[in-house]
Design a protein around this ligand. Structure first.
Ligand code: AKB
Length: 315
Protein backbone atom coordinates (compact mmCIF):
# COMPACT_ATOMS: atom_id res chain seq x y z
CA UNK A 1 0.00 0.00 0.00
CA UNK A 2 1.37 3.38 -1.03
CA UNK A 3 -0.14 5.41 1.82
CA UNK A 4 2.48 7.25 3.91
CA UNK A 5 1.30 9.59 6.61
CA UNK A 6 2.87 12.66 8.24
CA UNK A 7 1.42 13.97 11.50
CA UNK A 8 2.48 17.56 12.24
CA UNK A 9 2.06 18.49 15.91
CA UNK A 10 2.27 14.83 16.96
CA UNK A 11 3.11 15.50 20.62
CA UNK A 12 -0.06 17.43 21.45
CA UNK A 13 -3.23 16.13 23.07
CA UNK A 14 -4.79 14.85 19.83
CA UNK A 15 -1.56 14.11 17.95
CA UNK A 16 -0.28 11.68 20.58
CA UNK A 17 -3.32 9.43 20.36
CA UNK A 18 -3.64 9.85 16.61
CA UNK A 19 -0.08 8.60 16.06
CA UNK A 20 -0.72 5.55 18.25
CA UNK A 21 -3.93 4.64 16.40
CA UNK A 22 -2.49 5.26 12.92
CA UNK A 23 0.58 3.13 13.75
CA UNK A 24 -1.78 0.34 14.85
CA UNK A 25 -3.77 0.61 11.63
CA UNK A 26 -0.90 0.97 9.17
CA UNK A 27 2.69 -0.23 9.17
CA UNK A 28 4.39 1.91 11.86
CA UNK A 29 7.30 2.90 9.58
CA UNK A 30 4.77 4.49 7.21
CA UNK A 31 3.43 6.83 9.93
CA UNK A 32 5.90 9.68 10.50
CA UNK A 33 5.35 11.71 13.66
CA UNK A 34 6.73 15.26 13.83
CA UNK A 35 6.72 18.14 16.27
CA UNK A 36 8.80 21.12 17.35
CA UNK A 37 10.07 18.98 20.28
CA UNK A 38 10.74 15.27 20.82
CA UNK A 39 7.87 13.02 21.87
CA UNK A 40 7.68 10.60 24.78
CA UNK A 41 9.41 7.22 24.71
CA UNK A 42 6.41 5.40 23.26
CA UNK A 43 6.20 7.82 20.34
CA UNK A 44 9.94 7.92 19.66
CA UNK A 45 10.27 4.14 19.73
CA UNK A 46 7.14 3.06 17.88
CA UNK A 47 8.05 4.62 14.50
CA UNK A 48 9.89 7.43 12.67
CA UNK A 49 10.01 10.90 14.24
CA UNK A 50 11.16 14.24 12.79
CA UNK A 51 11.69 17.58 14.52
CA UNK A 52 9.57 20.03 12.50
CA UNK A 53 8.42 23.63 12.73
CA UNK A 54 4.96 23.72 11.12
CA UNK A 55 5.53 27.28 9.88
CA UNK A 56 8.62 26.26 7.86
CA UNK A 57 7.44 25.33 4.34
CA UNK A 58 10.85 24.09 3.16
CA UNK A 59 11.26 21.82 6.19
CA UNK A 60 7.81 20.26 5.64
CA UNK A 61 8.51 19.82 1.92
CA UNK A 62 11.83 18.14 2.71
CA UNK A 63 10.14 15.58 5.00
CA UNK A 64 7.32 15.02 2.50
CA UNK A 65 9.83 14.23 -0.26
CA UNK A 66 12.21 12.14 1.88
CA UNK A 67 9.45 9.96 3.33
CA UNK A 68 7.27 9.94 0.17
CA UNK A 69 4.35 11.29 2.19
CA UNK A 70 0.86 11.02 0.66
CA UNK A 71 -1.30 12.32 3.55
CA UNK A 72 -0.76 15.04 6.16
CA UNK A 73 -2.62 15.47 9.45
CA UNK A 74 -1.90 19.05 10.54
CA UNK A 75 -2.48 19.04 14.31
CA UNK A 76 -0.15 21.93 15.28
CA UNK A 77 -2.14 24.93 16.51
CA UNK A 78 -2.30 27.58 19.20
CA UNK A 79 -5.57 27.10 21.11
CA UNK A 80 -8.11 29.68 22.25
CA UNK A 81 -6.79 30.85 25.64
CA UNK A 82 -3.11 31.07 24.61
CA UNK A 83 -3.94 32.79 21.32
CA UNK A 84 -5.75 35.56 23.25
CA UNK A 85 -2.45 36.22 25.04
CA UNK A 86 -0.30 36.02 21.91
CA UNK A 87 -2.63 37.08 19.08
CA UNK A 88 -0.04 37.52 16.32
CA UNK A 89 1.83 34.33 17.20
CA UNK A 90 -1.47 32.43 17.25
CA UNK A 91 -2.51 33.86 13.90
CA UNK A 92 0.87 33.14 12.30
CA UNK A 93 1.11 29.55 13.54
CA UNK A 94 -2.49 28.67 12.74
CA UNK A 95 -2.57 30.27 9.28
CA UNK A 96 0.98 29.75 8.00
CA UNK A 97 0.99 26.05 8.87
CA UNK A 98 -2.31 25.61 7.02
CA UNK A 99 -1.09 27.46 3.91
CA UNK A 100 2.05 25.33 3.93
CA UNK A 101 0.15 22.06 3.63
CA UNK A 102 -2.54 23.47 1.32
CA UNK A 103 0.18 24.69 -1.05
CA UNK A 104 2.00 21.33 -0.94
CA UNK A 105 -1.27 19.68 -2.00
CA UNK A 106 -1.88 22.32 -4.66
CA UNK A 107 1.55 21.49 -6.08
CA UNK A 108 0.55 17.78 -6.05
CA UNK A 109 3.29 16.88 -3.54
CA UNK A 110 0.69 15.31 -1.21
CA UNK A 111 -2.73 13.79 -1.99
CA UNK A 112 -4.81 14.43 1.11
CA UNK A 113 -4.94 16.74 4.15
CA UNK A 114 -6.68 16.59 7.51
CA UNK A 115 -7.00 19.97 9.21
CA UNK A 116 -8.89 20.46 12.48
CA UNK A 117 -11.38 23.26 12.93
CA UNK A 118 -13.26 23.93 16.16
CA UNK A 119 -16.53 25.04 17.75
CA UNK A 120 -14.57 28.31 18.17
CA UNK A 121 -15.61 29.28 14.63
CA UNK A 122 -18.94 30.26 16.20
CA UNK A 123 -19.41 33.47 18.16
CA UNK A 124 -21.80 35.35 20.45
CA UNK A 125 -24.37 35.95 17.67
CA UNK A 126 -24.56 32.24 16.71
CA UNK A 127 -27.65 30.29 17.89
CA UNK A 128 -26.41 28.52 21.02
CA UNK A 129 -28.47 25.33 21.02
CA UNK A 130 -28.22 22.62 18.41
CA UNK A 131 -26.05 25.03 16.40
CA UNK A 132 -26.59 24.28 12.69
CA UNK A 133 -23.83 23.46 10.21
CA UNK A 134 -24.53 26.71 8.36
CA UNK A 135 -25.40 29.67 10.56
CA UNK A 136 -24.19 33.11 11.71
CA UNK A 137 -20.47 32.90 12.38
CA UNK A 138 -18.88 35.94 13.98
CA UNK A 139 -16.08 34.47 16.13
CA UNK A 140 -14.75 36.84 18.78
CA UNK A 141 -11.42 35.12 19.56
CA UNK A 142 -8.13 35.10 17.63
CA UNK A 143 -8.28 31.31 17.56
CA UNK A 144 -11.88 31.33 16.28
CA UNK A 145 -11.04 33.89 13.59
CA UNK A 146 -8.08 31.76 12.47
CA UNK A 147 -10.25 28.63 12.33
CA UNK A 148 -13.06 30.34 10.43
CA UNK A 149 -10.60 31.86 7.96
CA UNK A 150 -8.91 28.46 7.63
CA UNK A 151 -12.24 26.86 6.77
CA UNK A 152 -12.81 29.39 3.98
CA UNK A 153 -9.34 28.70 2.57
CA UNK A 154 -9.84 24.92 2.73
CA UNK A 155 -13.03 25.20 0.70
CA UNK A 156 -11.35 27.60 -1.72
CA UNK A 157 -8.39 25.25 -2.31
CA UNK A 158 -10.80 22.34 -2.84
CA UNK A 159 -12.92 24.24 -5.36
CA UNK A 160 -10.16 26.12 -7.20
CA UNK A 161 -7.31 23.58 -7.14
CA UNK A 162 -8.98 20.24 -6.36
CA UNK A 163 -7.11 19.88 -3.04
CA UNK A 164 -8.55 16.93 -1.10
CA UNK A 165 -8.76 18.61 2.32
CA UNK A 166 -11.04 17.26 5.06
CA UNK A 167 -11.95 18.89 8.34
CA UNK A 168 -14.11 18.63 11.44
CA UNK A 169 -15.03 21.21 14.07
CA UNK A 170 -13.81 19.59 17.27
CA UNK A 171 -15.65 20.30 20.49
CA UNK A 172 -13.69 20.21 23.79
CA UNK A 173 -11.70 16.96 23.91
CA UNK A 174 -11.13 14.86 27.02
CA UNK A 175 -8.37 12.28 27.37
CA UNK A 176 -6.18 10.72 30.04
CA UNK A 177 -3.00 10.06 28.02
CA UNK A 178 -1.81 13.61 27.26
CA UNK A 179 -2.76 16.95 28.81
CA UNK A 180 -4.30 19.62 26.59
CA UNK A 181 -2.56 23.00 26.47
CA UNK A 182 -3.95 26.50 26.22
CA UNK A 183 -7.62 25.77 25.53
CA UNK A 184 -10.81 26.98 27.19
CA UNK A 185 -12.24 23.45 27.48
CA UNK A 186 -9.06 22.20 29.26
CA UNK A 187 -10.86 22.40 32.62
CA UNK A 188 -12.73 19.20 31.71
CA UNK A 189 -9.43 17.28 31.73
CA UNK A 190 -7.78 19.08 34.62
CA UNK A 191 -10.78 18.48 36.89
CA UNK A 192 -10.18 14.69 36.84
CA UNK A 193 -6.48 15.11 37.73
CA UNK A 194 -7.25 17.52 40.60
CA UNK A 195 -10.17 15.40 41.87
CA UNK A 196 -7.89 12.39 42.24
CA UNK A 197 -4.87 14.30 43.53
CA UNK A 198 -6.39 16.94 45.84
CA UNK A 199 -10.11 16.07 46.14
CA UNK A 200 -10.81 19.67 45.14
CA UNK A 201 -10.88 21.76 41.96
CA UNK A 202 -11.12 25.49 41.33
CA UNK A 203 -12.90 26.00 38.04
CA UNK A 204 -12.07 28.95 35.78
CA UNK A 205 -15.56 28.63 34.24
CA UNK A 206 -18.75 29.12 36.25
CA UNK A 207 -21.04 26.23 37.24
CA UNK A 208 -23.55 26.73 34.40
CA UNK A 209 -21.14 27.03 31.46
CA UNK A 210 -22.40 24.29 29.16
CA UNK A 211 -20.10 23.42 26.25
CA UNK A 212 -20.00 20.68 23.59
CA UNK A 213 -17.46 17.99 24.57
CA UNK A 214 -16.17 14.61 23.35
CA UNK A 215 -14.06 11.71 24.62
CA UNK A 216 -10.77 11.39 22.71
CA UNK A 217 -11.51 7.89 21.34
CA UNK A 218 -14.55 9.31 19.55
CA UNK A 219 -12.51 12.23 18.21
CA UNK A 220 -9.84 9.88 16.84
CA UNK A 221 -12.52 7.69 15.22
CA UNK A 222 -14.03 10.78 13.59
CA UNK A 223 -10.64 12.01 12.38
CA UNK A 224 -9.65 8.72 10.76
CA UNK A 225 -13.28 8.15 9.66
CA UNK A 226 -13.44 11.32 7.57
CA UNK A 227 -9.97 10.67 6.11
CA UNK A 228 -10.94 7.12 5.07
CA UNK A 229 -14.34 8.11 3.64
CA UNK A 230 -14.69 7.99 -0.17
CA UNK A 231 -14.05 11.47 -1.54
CA UNK A 232 -17.59 11.93 -2.91
CA UNK A 233 -19.06 11.37 0.56
CA UNK A 234 -17.14 14.32 2.01
CA UNK A 235 -19.51 16.94 0.67
CA UNK A 236 -18.53 19.79 2.98
CA UNK A 237 -14.98 20.99 2.33
CA UNK A 238 -14.91 23.81 4.84
CA UNK A 239 -15.47 21.77 8.05
CA UNK A 240 -18.11 19.48 9.55
CA UNK A 241 -19.99 20.08 12.80
CA UNK A 242 -19.27 17.17 15.15
CA UNK A 243 -20.91 16.36 18.49
CA UNK A 244 -21.09 13.76 21.24
CA UNK A 245 -22.17 15.29 24.58
CA UNK A 246 -22.63 18.63 26.33
CA UNK A 247 -22.08 19.36 30.01
CA UNK A 248 -21.10 22.12 32.43
CA UNK A 249 -18.70 22.14 35.43
CA UNK A 250 -21.60 21.22 37.74
CA UNK A 251 -22.53 18.20 35.62
CA UNK A 252 -19.00 16.82 35.32
CA UNK A 253 -18.56 17.33 39.09
CA UNK A 254 -21.65 15.23 39.79
CA UNK A 255 -20.35 12.47 37.50
CA UNK A 256 -16.98 12.46 39.35
CA UNK A 257 -18.72 12.45 42.76
CA UNK A 258 -20.20 9.03 41.92
CA UNK A 259 -16.63 7.69 42.32
CA UNK A 260 -15.23 10.32 44.71
CA UNK A 261 -18.16 11.44 46.91
CA UNK A 262 -16.02 13.95 48.86
CA UNK A 263 -14.83 15.77 45.75
CA UNK A 264 -15.50 19.54 45.95
CA UNK A 265 -15.51 22.29 43.34
CA UNK A 266 -15.17 26.06 43.69
CA UNK A 267 -15.62 28.66 40.97
CA UNK A 268 -13.23 31.51 40.13
CA UNK A 269 -14.06 32.50 36.54
CA UNK A 270 -11.25 34.27 34.65
CA UNK A 271 -10.83 35.65 31.10
CA UNK A 272 -11.71 32.22 29.69
CA UNK A 273 -15.32 32.67 30.86
CA UNK A 274 -15.93 35.23 28.09
CA UNK A 275 -14.47 32.85 25.50
CA UNK A 276 -16.70 29.98 26.69
CA UNK A 277 -19.75 32.29 26.77
CA UNK A 278 -19.21 33.08 23.09
CA UNK A 279 -19.40 29.41 22.04
CA UNK A 280 -22.41 27.13 21.43
CA UNK A 281 -23.83 24.85 24.11
CA UNK A 282 -24.76 22.03 21.75
CA UNK A 283 -24.11 21.20 18.11
CA UNK A 284 -26.20 19.72 15.27
CA UNK A 285 -23.87 17.27 13.53
CA UNK A 286 -26.49 15.52 11.37
CA UNK A 287 -24.60 16.24 8.12
CA UNK A 288 -21.47 14.40 9.33
CA UNK A 289 -23.70 11.48 10.38
CA UNK A 290 -25.48 11.40 7.01
CA UNK A 291 -22.56 12.11 4.68
CA UNK A 292 -19.79 9.85 5.99
CA UNK A 293 -21.40 7.81 8.74
CA UNK A 294 -20.08 9.56 11.85
CA UNK A 295 -21.49 8.28 15.14
CA UNK A 296 -20.23 8.77 18.66
CA UNK A 297 -19.89 6.14 21.35
CA UNK A 298 -19.07 7.71 24.71
CA UNK A 299 -21.41 9.45 27.18
CA UNK A 300 -20.31 11.59 30.15
CA UNK A 301 -20.88 8.67 32.57
CA UNK A 302 -18.82 6.24 30.44
CA UNK A 303 -16.06 8.77 29.95
CA UNK A 304 -15.83 9.54 33.68
CA UNK A 305 -15.51 5.83 34.48
CA UNK A 306 -12.63 5.46 32.00
CA UNK A 307 -10.91 8.68 33.14
CA UNK A 308 -11.06 7.76 36.84
CA UNK A 309 -9.96 4.15 36.25
CA UNK A 310 -6.96 5.14 34.16
CA UNK A 311 -5.83 8.26 36.03
CA UNK A 312 -6.13 6.65 39.47
CA UNK A 313 -3.19 4.44 38.52
CA UNK A 314 -0.98 7.57 38.63
CA UNK A 315 -1.97 8.70 42.11
C1 AKB B 1 -10.09 25.20 23.02
O1 AKB B 1 -10.69 25.18 24.11
O2 AKB B 1 -9.46 26.17 22.59
C2 AKB B 1 -10.15 23.96 22.15
C3 AKB B 1 -11.26 24.02 21.16
C4 AKB B 1 -12.67 23.96 21.61
O3 AKB B 1 -11.01 24.10 19.99
N1 AKB B 1 -10.28 22.79 22.97
Amino acid sequence: MKKRILIIGACGQIGTELVTRLRELYEPHKVIASDIREGDEAMMESGPFEILDATDYDAIEDIVIRHEITEVYLMAAMLSATAERFPMKGWELNMNSLFNVLNLAKEKKIDKIFWPSSIAVFGPSTPKNNTPQRTIMEPSTVYGISKQTGERWCEYYFKQYGVDVRSIRYPGLISYKTLPGGGTTDYAVDIYHKALKHGKYISFLNAETTLPMMFMDDAINATIGIMEAPSEKVKIRSSYNLAAMSFNPEGITASIQKYLPDFEIDYEPDFRQAIADSWPQSIDDSEAREDWGWHHQFTLAEMTKIMIENLSQNF
